[in-house]
Design a binder for this molecule. Structure first.
Ligand code: ZN
Length: 331
């Protein structure tokens, strides 16, 4: 069932329109921690129809404490990060936000409350988002609530996001990532990269040279790319940059970790999706092509979600007039 009013709200509402009924708050397979490499675990984000998602969080252990890559949206997700930290006996000393979408930054205040000394690293893009996209989304959300147009099952998520936006300044980083470079975080040497105008105006990725793991944020997103605030051609170019890195494992913003060959498949699928959208092929053809191209990366039980997402993004972004399609591209 499609609810046409919701998708523009908060940007990432596409998935809330994919089904009329809310799924359970936690998919059973997303509650466990997954070891990624030595001293690195993945706390998987949930991504279920009818609910707003949580992005993946990754916790890296350094000699001086823990580094958290993305803090989630729902308090239940962020609590899992805190539980992990408590169990490790180490403090969280650094948080890196891949981008400002609320499924990746909303947990920052809860982490800061538990570890007041921690330092947050992110790009400048959140500054523009707080006065632009997120402020606008909040206004739309309030109007839709007043008109009783938010389904009851989604109301808590919407109100939670509005409260997060109201505390937006608490999401801001202590340190801006303005260019690629090596950093020492929590006593662990990492490389932070900055992709401009891809998923958002500034997407940060983390490459861990010790383990050759790349934390890609939403530059790699399964079961389908989320194009709400994206510049699609720049995003495509950034995937080529990532492909040149010597990583052996990549953790996406949503979905399971993959090897380099898997990422290569994702990249080719992304290229093919943009090419297909630019051709005269219909939405169904491009969607089928995507599902074929990402074979092995997307489990069959996620195909329905992938179809819903791609149907939405083809209609609303990739097949939209160029002023919408390129709205987030630099002039
Ligand atoms: Zn995300």
């Amino acid at each position: 069932m499609r609810l046409p009013l919701l998708p523009t709200l908060l940007g990432f509402f596409a998935l809330a329109v994919l089904t009329g009924s809310a799924a359970p708050a936690h998919a059973p397979d997303s509650r466990r921690e997954v070891p990624v490499a030595r001293d690195m675990v993945l706390i998987p984000g949930t991504f279920v129809p009818g609910r707003q998602p949580d992005g993946n969080s990754i916790v890296l252990r350094g000699t001086e404490g823990l580094i958290v890559f993305d803090s989630g949206r729902h308090p239940a997700h962020t609590r899992r990060i805190l539980d992990h930290a408590h169990a490790s006996g180490l403090p969280i000393v650094a948080v890196v936000n891949s981008h400002w979408h609320l499924d990746h930054v909303s947990g920052n205040p809860m982490l800061r409350a538990a570890y007041p000394q921690l330092q947050v690293y992110a790009s400048h893009a959140i500054e523009g988002a707080l006065t632009g996209f997120l402020a606008d989304s909040r206004k739309q959300a309030a109007a839709l609530i007043a008109q009783h147009k938010i389904p009851a099952a989604q109301l808590a998520d919407v109100e939670g996001d509005m409260a997060t936006i109201d505390r937006g300044r608490e999401l801001l980083p202590d340190h801006f990532v303005e260019h690629d470079g090596d950093r020492m975080l929590a006593g662990r040497p990492v490389h932070l990269g900055l992709a401009r105008d891809a998923v958002t105006a500034g997407d940060v990725w983390l490459y861990d040279p010790q383990t050759r793991v790349l934390l890609a944020g939403d530059l790699v997103t399964l079961p389908a790319p989320l194009l709400d605030t994206a510049c699609p051609p720049r995003w495509r170019a950034q995937l080529a940059t990532l492909d040149a890195l010597p990583f052996v494992t990549l953790v996406p913003g949503h979905g399971a970790a993959m090897d380099h060959a898997g990422f290569h498949r994702y990249r080719r699928a992304f290229d093919a999706l943009l090419d297909c959208a630019a051709s005269h092929a219909g939405d169904a053809v491009c969607t089928d092509r995507w599902l074929h191209d990402v074979e092995g990366l997307v489990p069959a039980d996620r195909f329905k979600l992938a179809r819903g997402l791609l149907g939405y993004y083809l209609d609303q972004v990739l097949h939209a007039p160029s002023e919408r399609r390129n709205r987030y591209c630099p002039a």
